[in-house]
Design a binder for this molecule. Structure first.
Ligand code: UDP
Length: 234
């Protein structure tokens, strides 16, 4: 597969066109940002770890009936994926209170939620990704009612599948963010699944093993990412 023009460069990934218009290359970077881009840094080896983790977890989800954009791993830091038309929506699923949920609602960090919480955010950095309801998503034309229903169903299924898998590896899936898109009217899970986009805590010690170590200057960032890779790949 030939790597062609750079299509897009985001905070943590670069997307390249290929000689097949339905496929693009997703290349994971070591750079990290937090707090709406206020904090910038590098997490050494993150690109390769997030590529491996995402590839593995996309494969795992596919084996559980979830369609994803993942085609195959190409190199240490890159994978071939379907080119999707992305919804301008970030989908967050939460099992345990952390992050913005704690700040916004005053719930104590670590509180186990009585049921998983599904949230939608408008993907717009200039507006700081405001939370929206599914009615907003439909009313703003971001997705049809049917698409919102399907995306919600996928997000809930992904949560159950990943939560169970990770629990067997002594990890709590606290919360995570998903992005979906379409190709030929079929909805696929896109983006990545990694410690950049999920919160993972050790079951016993509740130690944070994700990007919160970078966000909160907790130290041991690289080793936390390595630990997740080791536990997930087994
Ligand atoms: N998240 C993400 N990208 C974002 C915002 C959130 O990947 O732009 C992930 C984050 O890593 C966490 C979950 O979504 O696993 C919920 O994030 P939260 O709303 O608590 O926001 P944060 O505290 O990260 O600002």
């Amino acid at each position: 597969m030939d790597k062609k023009k750079l299509l897009y460069e985001g905070k943590a990934k670069k997307i390249y066109l290929t000689n097949d218009e339905d496929l693009v290359i997703q290349d994971f970077k070591d750079s990290a940002t937090a707090g709406d881009g206020a904090k910038k840094g590098t997490i050494k080896g993150k690109g390769a770890i997030n590529n491996q983790l995402s590839a593995f977890l996309f494969d795992y989800l596919r084996s559980h009936g979830i369609q994803t954009h993942f085609e195959k791993k190409l190199s240490k830091t890159s994978m071939l994926v379907k080119r999707l038309e992305m919804y301008k929506i970030e989908v967050v699923m939460r099992n345990i209170a952390a992050g913005s949920m704690v700040k916004k609602y005053g719930i104590e960090e670590g509180t186990e939620l009585k049921q998983p919480v599904l949230e939608f955010y408008l993907k717009d950095d200039s507006l700081h990704d405001p939370m929206i309801s599914n009615e907003h998503a439909i009313a703003f034309g971001l997705a049809s009612a049917e698409e919102v229903t399907e995306i919600s169903r996928y997000a809930k299924k992904i949560n159950v599948v990943l939560k169970d898998f990770l629990f067997r590896r002594d990890l709590l899936l606290v919360d995570f963010k998903l992005e979906f898109g379409t190709q030929n009217n079929i909805i696929y899970l896109g983006d990545e699944i990694s410690p950049d986009t999920c919160r993972f805590w050790d079951v016993e010690t509740k130690k944070k093993l994700d990007k919160d170590r970078f966000r909160q200057d907790l130290g041991g960032v690289e080793s936390a990412y390595q630990e997740i890779l080791k536990r997930v790949l087994g």
